[in-house]
Ligand binder design. Structure first.
Ligand code: SAH
Ligand code: SF4
Length: 367
């Protein structure tokens, strides 16, 4: 097995050295065609290979039946087409499934498949760990191990889709797993483009959502570069509380963040989703709800209230249900669409903020 070294770029090429094995799922259509040409093939072979990998979801060159055997051997020798190994899958009582994947350098990441009424939603990771240090989040506690490559981001979708009886059932993708997607901007952008490209995985851009803790400059770039849904983890409408929960608020305080939301180029009839984790005695008073309503006035906003999933050793806890309902009532009274998001998969540590890759550690060595 050839491991990618840290100073190689996303195409598996070390600057200044001869090309090594190229990570094909991290390329655009034109880059895949260029790869084919560099290896003495017609560009259409690149298109065919891409279609096998992202459309037909094959896991081995052997299955690419319209590709000559010599070219299949070339792919095996010169390319990487399996950037992740599936370690295991955990199934929750409520039908949620957590997939544990191992990267080629042995870090572990997780994706969560959530059953909805008539379709499935997949929550994927953008980094191994996270550097943002939000106090309520288990992923944040482990710090950043490394950014994921574009191929490692999209491969989560490919492997999960391939594991389904009906791959078409998977319709929604949310970047709400491990990591801060906008802190890994270029790789996330390439993966998103391949997810929604017709010649890629062909997901509707209406069904793809990126969630951020509020990296303002990258939010601006995102709105300019691609049309997908945006979710912002808000968690408080006052700077003091938000800064105590989310260190990023010291760099981009609410005024800056909300201005970026107001300027975000939203397509017609779309809204920004604001996620608000409710924490007992911290941000769940009636006054907090009123502050939130005021902060979001005039924005096309949908609010997701998420009662905290408390870490086992945390001194923070979720509020009692009646307080959650009262908080919702106040916001509805101010004409917001407010959903209380029931966390699924808690029994397998697959709920929001519980993803650490830790449940796979005892499986090291398995593949
Ligand atoms: N880094 C991005 C996306 C990953 S976190 C972000 O912060 O938006 C995805 C969501 O999980 C965020 O909305 C975050 O607020 C939420 N979350 C994190 N820890 C949680 C916890 N302990 N309980 C409930 N939700 C949590
Ligand atoms: Fe990172 Fe998001 Fe967790 Fe904050 S909530 S530490 S940004 S993954």
């Amino acid at each position: 097995m050839v491991l990618r070294k840290s100073n190689e770029n996303h195409r598996g090429v070390k600057p200044g050295s001869a090309p090594r094995r190229c990570d094909l799922k991290g390329l655009s259509l034109s880059q895949t065609e260029e790869w084919a040409v560099r290896h003495g093939l017609e560009p259409y072979r690149g298109r065919q290979i891409r279609h096998w990998l992202m459309g037909r979801l094959v896991g081995s060159p052997h299955e690419m039946t319209n590709i000559p055997k010599t070219v299949r051997a070339l792919i095996r020798e010169k390319a990487i087409i399996n950037p992740l190994a599936q370690v295991k899958t955990l199934r929750s009582e409520d039908g949620t499934r957590k997939y544990l994947f191992r990267l080629r350098d042995n870090h572990l990441i997780e994706s969560v498949l959530i059953p909805e009424r008539d379709h499935l939603t997949l929550c994927i990771s953008s980094q191994a760990g996270c550097a943002m240090g939000c106090r309520f989040c288990l992923t944040g506690r482990q710090g950043l191990k490394r950014d994921l490559h574009p191929s490692e981001i999209i491969e989560q979708v490919i492997l999960v889709r391939r594991s389904l009886d009906n791959p078409e059932e998977l319709r929604n993708i949310v970047l709400m797993g491990m990591g801060e997607p906008l802190a890994n901007y270029e790789a996330v952008m390439m993966a998103l483009r391949n997810m929604i490209a017709e010649d890629g995985m062909n997901f509707s851009h209406r069904k793809v959502t990126l969630s951020t803790c509020g990296l303002v400059p990258e939010m601006k770039r995102l709105g300019h570069d691609i049309t997908i849904n945006l979710a912002v983890s808000l968690n408080s409408a006052d700077d003091e509380t938000r800064s105590s929960l989310m260190p990023i608020n010291r760099k981009y305080p609410l005024k800056t963040l909300i201005r970026a939301c107001r300027e975000y180029p939203l397509p017609n009839r779309r809204m920004i989703t604001f996620e608000y984790i409710l924490i007992n005695g911290v941000n769940d008073r009636a006054q907090d709800a009123l502050n939130l309503a005021k902060l979001l006035t005039g924005l096309r906003a949908k609010i997701n209230l998420i009662p905290l999933n408390a870490a086992p050793d945390s001194h923070m806890s979720p509020p009692p249900l009646e307080r959650v309902l009262h908080f919702q009532e106040i916001l509805v009274g101010h004409h917001f669409t407010v959903v209380i998001r029931k966390s699924k998969g808690r029994d397998i540590m697959a709920a929001c903020g519980q993803l650490t890759g830790a449940s796979a550690t005892e499986q090291k060595g398995a593949s």
